[in-house]
Write a protein that binds this ligand. Structure first.
Ligand code: CUA
Length: 298
């Protein structure tokens, strides 16, 4: 109850406790006065009104007490702010890249993932980037959120104190598939974490890459979503815009590879260019796999 704590989460909980406690106190006080005055000054008691000139003691009391309360809240907030900005020495750094619509997390040894894995009881600093619009990195379990903003390097740090599975949300409305930015935070023991960190990521096969990264914007049944459907697209002649100039391309492997790595290079007419580059998010092998998968969708 009086433990201030040394992580932002503990301090946020501490602040919440005090705000609720003082709110509760005032709720009780106001409800008591309401009921008591209604009873005491009911007209059936025929009380005579009298003039009250003022009461210095009372006025001092209701000036001083609220001032102390709000200064106390300010102090808690200030301490929380200082904690939030002071990343502990030796914190593990995870580079976060948000995009429409997903996340990429890059660890110090170069491994990347699209959910977060963390060792328990170790501080971790997230450096936040975005490939396009503003996204917001929200970790309710850790009582914190921070915006990922274009052209600005933001950060937030946490220290998970128990193992388990927690949620990550994007909490800035970032367009049509904002809903698709929910991910997991897996907090595991040191050993489990090191084992995970030092295992090369397995390459997903075509359908798995599709399900995980493409399906949110490209259907495989012929219906148009944010982007063109993958069904029947392979081998087709498409009208595309290259630097705003119309031309024709055959959808072959080279066009697909280019569209994954440089989505803006040749955009199919009638669609906007909402897609981020998947260079670095997908391995070369995965790009080949998904291209094979697109080819198979006759
Ligand atoms: Cu990203 Cu909402």
């Amino acid at each position: 109850m009086f433990e201030f704590g040394d992580t932002f989460k503990e301090q946020a909980n501490f602040a919440l406790f005090w705000v609720l406690a003082i709110d509760g106190l005032f709720l009780a006080l106001i409800a008591f006065c309401l009921i008591f005055f209604t009873y005491r000054y009911h007209k059936s008691r025929n009380l005579k009104p009298k003039n009250i000139e003022g009461h210095v003691g009372l006025e001092v009391l209701w000036t001083v007490v609220p001032t102390i309360i709000v200064m106390w809240f300010f102090y808690i907030g200030w301490e929380g702010y200082k904690t939030d900005r002071a990343v502990p020495d030796g914190a593990m750094v995870v580079e976060v890249t948000a995009y429409k619509w997903g996340w990429n997390f890059k660890y110090p040894n170069g491994k990347s993932s699209d959910n977060i894995y963390l060792p328990v009881n170790k501080p971790v600093k997230f450096i936040l980037h975005t490939k396009d619009v503003v996204h917001s990195f929200y970790l309710p379990e850790f009582r914190t959120k921070r915006d990922a903003m274009p052209g600005y390097e933001n950060f937030v740090w946490i220290k998970p104190e128990k193992t388990g599975e927690f949620n990550l949300y994007c909490t800035e409305y970032c367009g049509l598939n904002h809903w698709n930015m929910n991910r997991k935070v897996f907090v595991v023991s040191d050993n489990e974490f090191n084992a995970w960190l030092n295992t090369a990521p397995e390459h997903l096969d075509g359908p798995a890459v599709y399900a995980k990264h493409c399906a949110v914007c490209h259907s495989n049944d012929g219906s148009a979503k944010v982007g063109p459907s993958f069904k029947g697209v392979f081998g087709k002649n498409e009208t595309v815009l290259i630097n705003d100039v119309e031309s024709n391309v055959e959808v072959n492997k080279d066009y697909i590879y280019e569209s994954i790595r440089k989505p803006g290079a040749a955009v199919v007419k009638g669609f906007g260019n909402a897609m981020p580059s998947f260079e670095g998010t997908l391995s070369d092998k995965e790009i080949e796999n998904v291209a094979d998968y697109i080819e198979s969708l006759k």
